[in-house]
Design a protein around this ligand. Sequence first.
Ligand SMILES: Nc1nc2c(c(=O)[nH]1)N[C@H]1C(S)=C(S)[C@@H](COP(=O)(O)OP(=O)(O)OC[C@H]3O[C@@H](n4cnc5c(=O)[nH]c(N)nc54)[C@H](O)[C@@H]3O)O[C@H]1N2
Ligand SMILES: Nc1nc2c(c(=O)[nH]1)N[C@H]1C(S)=C(S)[C@@H](COP(=O)(O)OP(=O)(O)OC[C@H]3O[C@@H](n4cnc5c(=O)[nH]c(N)nc54)[C@H](O)[C@@H]3O)O[C@H]1N2
Ligand code: SF4
Ligand SMILES: [Mo]
Length: 689
Amino acid sequence: MVQEENGVFPAVCPLDCPDTCGLLLHKENGRIVKVAGNPDHPITQGAICNKVRNMTERIYHPERVLYPLRRVGAKGEGKFERITWDEAIAEITERYQGLIKEYGSESILPYSFYGNMGMLSVDGMDRRFFHRLGSSQLQQGICNSAGNTGWKYTMGFGGGTSPEETVQAKLIIVWGGNLVSTNMHQIALIEKARKQGSKLVVIDVHRNRTGQRADWFIPVYPGTDSALALGLMHVLFEQQLVNEEFLQQYTIGHEQLREHVRQYTPERVSVITGVPTEDIVKLALMYGQTSPAYIHIGNGLQHHDNGGMTVRTITCLPALIGQWLVPGGGAYKSNGAYGKVNDDALECPDLRPNPDARTVSMNQIGEALLTLTPKIRALFVYCSNPAVVAPDTVKVEQGLSREDLFTVVHDLFLTDTARYADIVLPATSSFENTDLYNSYWHHYVQLQEPVIPAQGESKSNVETFKLLAEAMGFEEDAFKDREEDMIRQALNFTANPYLEGITLEGLKQQRFMKLNMEPKRQFLQRLTTPSGKIELYSARMEEAGLPPLPTYTPLQEGYDGERRPGTGDVYPLMFISPPNHNFLNSSFGNAGKHIELEKQPLLQIHPQDAELRGIADGDEVIVWNDRGRYQVKASVTDKMLPGTVVSQGLWWDQDGKSRRANALTSDRLADMGGGAVFFSTVVEVQRQP
Ligand SMILES: Nc1nc2c(c(=O)[nH]1)N[C@H]1C(S)=C(S)[C@@H](COP(=O)(O)OP(=O)(O)OC[C@H]3O[C@@H](n4cnc5c(=O)[nH]c(N)nc54)[C@H](O)[C@@H]3O)O[C@H]1N2
Ligand SMILES: Nc1nc2c(c(=O)[nH]1)N[C@H]1C(S)=C(S)[C@@H](COP(=O)(O)OP(=O)(O)OC[C@H]3O[C@@H](n4cnc5c(=O)[nH]c(N)nc54)[C@H](O)[C@@H]3O)O[C@H]1N2
Ligand code: SF4
Ligand SMILES: [Mo]
């Protein structure tokens, strides 16, 4: 049931952002005229970002896809004709049935990520459908999987310090994260802490918006953070700043670690990281002598060849000084595990006739489309835009161009990916749906109910996959469930004590309900490693062929102390392409206001590197390597150490101007979790002739 024509209605921000803000949608004559923050939300407290304040532009965008489309031009050309839903569903099921008969169900691959964080949308009816179909499975390693794996080897449970506590911290280290743009309410909490005398240290490869606010910004060479953390450990042990009692009681491997870190002297670490020796010592003393000390581990530093080990190494630091037992101390990488729902009930993996169906890495989609045997013959993309966000987009595009590939894209827009589709299906915005939301940062569960009707002929993911299931003749009850049934099933999960007391009825009344955080105080319960302790030495890592102790491993492409930029390598510059302030990954890359604010993609380049190449501020430059090219405007700045160039934002390429950063990035996988290595990229830059 959709709400009345006029009024103010509660909503949830659906975007892949840790804050998961509570919203209020103001409606006039049936249209949303204003998107505001909900002041009653205990964490987000009515403040929202500019991106979502301008969300109406996206919802009512003139280019929103409102009807099913069939391709009439060449793949990539973007020429389509309008068809009906009946025609679209009939064509898809006919193709799928034919492919299954001839090549088996694994010839079909779903491709999705968290374009909408609603659990029913991306971990719900869609999963049921592809399980029952017996499709190939997608390994979703594009975002945080390397780092989260490294964290879990060390700590077990995938949750750290609660946001509310961080205001008590006296020292806050933001390590490889740009929270001003990507987690604004954590910044609000940090500012509160600073008013009470806390210091903010930011460690990053460039002085991003967050670094610009820091009391101390420490620039590092990309991919060298584990060496820095090991250098800090060296000093902590040497200066006897470690908490021996905590190490004895709560950790295993501290004796081995003590020996192991002797080799990481500040002098050696300084050469590897670019951080002056005295700064390494100063930071170690600060960390060892300030309590509570909180480390916020960003996602950026784990998009590297060594990303899993980097997060694992930093995760060991609070244990050395016993900060896990201090309220406001400890560390955060993701708090997703606290709100874990009943995934089996939601996704119904038992419907799968072939539990051993092959798994394809979403980071290697281009390669998979081009070379995998037996071939992928059909691709169903939803809640993701691989032609822009996946590594090595030149290969992705070649794969998507295959004439014998049948591609369906379900989206709100004709994205760069959708232009290669055979069939495009129109998706609703989250404000048109019922869905359940968790945050991977704060502890509030939230409910979205439709505020406006589905625009045009758009349908939600749940509806779309139900229609497809019906047309495929899938008769299981799982495909008859309504949204509210699915929410009840998800919340019915006694295995997670944090979820106790959260119900659909409660959510309808209160809109946001806090997880039951009582068990958290029993810190030991959260150490779900095999030993039940913090594993400074991990036998499981050893079994997986990884160094069991925290270790620094240089990037495969790139440089450290031994191999400096500009010393004759073909591609002497490290290329970092993190998110920008006004887009959400590639979402909003087509919205007027958001583009107006970002203007155009820039390449931040150090004055030394610019001078060497005769590049002046404002010049159009070409960035290239063996994989592809990227055309941007140079911004000469000393925000990075020489040798690193930075370009923020995932831009659409529809004007044919080579505007995809991922044309340059590699589809290698990180050391853990099948993670992506976006930032382990080397390039050369020249002024556009
Ligand atoms: N405005 C906005 N907000 C977003 C997003 C967005 O696109 N726009 N995306 C959302 C998503 S999906 C995610 S995963 C999060 C990500 O948000 P964050 O956790 O903040 O991570 P990133 O922005 O990817 O990278 C953060 C920083 O890592 C730095 N970095 C790169 N390599 C290294 C390194 O080797 N060492 C160190 N120390 N730093 C390094 C980059 O320079 C960058 O400043 O943000 C979410 N929020
Ligand atoms: N170079 C480089 N590449 C990166 C990153 C980086 O920092 N640098 N970051 C990486 C990270 S951390 C991530 S998480 C990925 C993110 O990559 P994606 O998950 O692909 O994120 P978006 O680009 O936001 O694309 C989401 C799409 O889902 C659509 N969508 C939204 N809601 C719905 C819905 O309800 N139904 C359907 N069917 N569609 C919907 C949106 O319109 C949009 O086109 O990108 C990765 N790529
Ligand atoms: S994108 Fe993040 S900060 Fe902005 S409204 Fe959504 S949840 Fe809040
Ligand atoms: Mo992400």
